[in-house]
Design a protein around this ligand. Structure first.
Ligand code: PLP
Length: 401
């Protein structure tokens, strides 16, 4: 086994040298038996932790009934999930897909088709923001506009105009006769946990209304309780017209959704869009079970309480180790710890301490614990962060001496 064996996985991920074979709530157990505190949640996916008993029961029941049914037929569980998501949000309709990028693709197509159906087929361009992340398909890398994801993949999909985050004058200048929509993450996750002020979202809403544009909130990462509201748009004081969801929606089972108002969705008629797997019974069972848990009284309040606790404790760590970490940012349990040393080094050092986190833009280490995290588990995580900072701080001082 000591021999280096050739992996047959496409090497597009720089993987850490650890594999997990079991999960228990907020914990992941590695193949060598080591227990890791999971403050990454599979990048904001395992919102109810690992093998939540209620989800296991719902999925086990569904596994014994039926796995896949074509969208050629009625989908009672899909009807139920769509109704519940709409009742819990601004939306009137939902389309089900299998991932975040697919949900965003649906949003892009829907925004363009809305303009077309309104007799304004020349409007197809979408304004997006620097630092954005919308997925890895050809259209969503063009929407995200990051050179490192676009390079070498041929001409970017046309129709995206990018402006600096929070710069309303730049947005105004970017609006032209071909603009169809504005798309933004309520909090940029991959971009480094960057949250514009509520006034910015209000100004975007006003510009959209004034110019006949649609407002798209990409809530693939911020949705499903992550920010201390079921959906992050509720913190902004405005409602979008279209909202892609994914990550936590299935509690670990792949599912994406694109929610919209009836008006915004008016161009999406029979035959205009589709998916083989989208809305399959297993995904519907998973997301309906996730909603059962998240809509129960006290769930969101718990997220808010844990958020406050974790933020306060992390602020203390920043005070004690200013040579390692400088700032706590974010909403709910989408928290960023800005590092002074390279964020990847800090995240790796935390993993050595058996705490899983996710590096992001702007030299930020993201903390995305399962939303069911307890006070004791937050204490344990902060203890490990403190130990890591102490170790790195000594190393930094030795290095400087
Ligand atoms: C993760 C993410 C996506 C892409 O989701 P995938 O399931 O990886 O395709 C899109 N938008 C945002 C905001 C995300 O965080």
């Amino acid at each position: 086994m000591s021999q280096i064996s050739q992996s047959h996985l496409l090497p597009v991920f720089a993987r850490a040298d650890v594999a997990f074979e079991r999960g228990e709530g907020v914990w992941l157990i590695a193949t060598n038996g080591d227990r890791y505190l999971d403050f990454g949640s599979g990048v904001a996916v395992n919102a109810l932790g690992h093998v939540h008993p209620y989800l296991v029961k719902a999925m086990t029941e569904q596994l014994g009934k039926v796995w896949h049914v074509s969208n050629l037929y009625k989908m009672p569980d899909g009807e139920t999930l769509a109704r519940r998501l709409c009742e819990a949000s601004f939306a009137d309709v939902a389309f089900f897909a299998n991932s975040g990028a697919e949900a965003v693709e649906c949003a892009i197509k829907m925004a363009r088709k809305y303009q077309y159906a309104s007799g304004k087929g020349e409007r197809y361009r979408i304004i997006t923001f620097e630092g954005a992340f919308h997925g890895r398909t050809l259209a969503t890398i063009a929407a995200g506009g990051q050179a490192k994801y676009l390079e070498g993949f041929g001409p970017p999909v046309a129709g995206f105009d990018q402006v600096p985050l929070g710069d309303i004058e730049a947005v105004k200048k970017a609006i032209g006769p071909e603009t169809a929509a504005i798309m933004i993450e309520p909090v940029q996750g991959e971009g480094g946990v960057r949250a514009p002020q509520p006034q910015f979202f209000k100004a975007l809403r006003e510009l959209c209304d004034q110019h006949g544009l649609l407002l798209v909130f990409d809530e693939v990462q911020t949705g499903m309780g992550r920010t201390g509201e079921l959906f992050a748009y509720k913190r902004t004081g405005v409602t979008p017209d279209i909202m892609p969801l994914a990550k936590a929606l299935g509690g670990g089972f792949p599912i994406g959704a694109c929610l919209a108002t009836t008006e915004a969705a008016k161009g999406m008629t029979a035959g205009t869009h589709g998916s083989t797997f989208g809305g399959n019974p297993l995904a519907m069972a998973a997301a309906n079970a996730v909603l059962d848990v998240m809509l129960a009284p006290g769930f969101i309040e718990h997220v808010q309480r844990m958020s406050l606790l974790l933020k306060q404790k992390l602020a203390g760590v920043c005070d004690r180790y200013p040579d390692i970490v400088s700032e706590v940012r974010g909403e709910g349990l989408l928290i960023g710890l800005r590092a002074v040393i390279p964020a990847a080094d800090l995240s790796n050092a935390l993993r050595d301490e058996k705490l899983l986190t996710v590096a992001a833009g702007e030299n930020v280490v993201r903390m995305l614990p399962p939303l069911i995290v307890s006070e004791a588990e937050i204490d344990e995580a902060v203890k490990r962060i403190e130990q890591t900072c102490a170790r790195l701080s000594k190393a930094t001082k030795r290095g400087a001496a």
